[in-house]
Design a protein around this ligand. Structure first.
Ligand SMILES: Nc1ncnc2c1ncn2[C@@H]1O[C@H](COP(=O)(O)OP(=O)(O)O)[C@@H](O)[C@H]1O
Ligand SMILES: [Mg+2]
Length: 301
């Protein structure tokens, strides 16, 4: 839960491949019990960071701890971690059911537990009807769904999901997100990489990675504020010039675009205040987009 020691803590973590510095003194805390989205363009080092967390590669420098242990001892807690790679990691010549049985066996689930868990997870990823299909014959999206189900089989405390929603249709994505947020509510930590901005908005925390560093991190609201983006109240007024002058005199930040008065709000609470000053014929609230915030932050970096 929030306030506890972070699930993952990185201090000045670095990794180079040849002369390319892929993680460049990366510092980040990923709190326990949240959905955390690691967002960033291709090649920014997201996968490399995840691989470092499970010690599939060795760091050149810096400190990294995972569930309270130094990463050098992460092998002691592998059973608490679920890792879904960006690449195909299932057995193509085993069926959906057999792949799940395999992972359940690997983690030592008992017979009844195995049956229950497989049933529950196949339902969640909407593959119950396809138990008998070979993994190698599944479509891209179905394969992703099976990978996710296998990753979740042992109820890991820390989930590392590298682009888990690639190829998954929007309706099922929604189910995934509800599931991830529920896991976080139970105190589990869900670290997800994605290059999709709209997915980042569904996470409790977001970290924007750029060239091996964190360019910005916080809650989606904090990131919007950091980028200087504010909700905008658009007002259609009978006398826009007079009202604009009045709002300006009151200290509001305004723009007039095509006769529409746009007020940049510090907070949503200001809507009421604005409406005590003017009586619009019509109005609309435009919320800032996380996408724009990241665009601004990467231009500024
Ligand atoms: N094992 C490796 N050997 C050489 N270069 C690598 C290796 N792994 C990753 N890279 C390079 O590191 C950069 C970051 O890769 P990656 O962490 O996969 O980024 P992301 O997941 O954000 O797309 C890329 O330029 C990639 O080519
Ligand atoms: Mg990647």
């Amino acid at each position: 839960m929030l306030g506890m020691q972070p699930a993952i803590s990185a201090r000045g973590v670095s990794k180079s491949f040849g002369r390319q510095r892929v993680l460049d003194s990366l510092t980040v805390d990923i709190p326990s019990g949240v959905t955390y989205c690691l967002l960033g363009p291709n090649g920014s080092g997201k996968t490399t960071f995840i691989r470092a967390i499970v010690r599939l590669l060795h760091l050149d420098g810096g400190e990294l701890s995972v569930l309270g242990r130094p990463v050098s001892r992460v092998d002691e807690i592998y059973s608490k971690i679920g890792y879904m790679t960006q690449h195909k990691a299932l057995y193509p010549d085993l069926t959906v059911q057999e792949n799940m049985e395999f992972y359940a066996g690997l983690y030592g689930l008992k017979k009844q537990q195995r049956v229950d868990r497989i049933g529950e997870l196949l339902k969640m990823v909407d593959l119950s009807e396809h138990r008998g299909r070979l993994a190698g014959a599944l479509s891209g999206g179905m394969y992703q769904r099976l990978s996710l189900a296998c990753t979740l089989i042992h109820q890991p405390q820390l989930l590392l999901l590298d682009e888990p929603t690639v190829g998954v249709d929007p309706r099922l994505r929604q189910t995934f997100w509800e599931y991830f947020n529920r896991l976080a509510g139970e105190g589990k930590t869900v670290l997800i990489t994605t290059h999709l901005m709209d997915e980042a908005e569904k996470c409790q925390r977001v970290g924007y990675m750029r060239a091996g560093r964190m360019a910005a991190q916080g809650t989606p609201e904090e990131i919007l504020r950091l980028a200087g983006l504010k909700p905008v109240l658009k007002l259609w007024l009978a006398e826009p010039e007079r009202d604009a002058a009045q709002l300006l005199a009151q200290g509001y930040e305004i723009d007039v675009v095509g006769g529409v008065v746009q007020v940049r709000l510090e907070s949503h609470a200001q809507i009421k205040e604005v409406l005590s000053n003017v009586s619009p014929l019509d109005m609309r609230l435009a919320e800032p987009k996380l996408e724009e915030a990241f665009l601004r932050l990467s231009e500024a970096a």
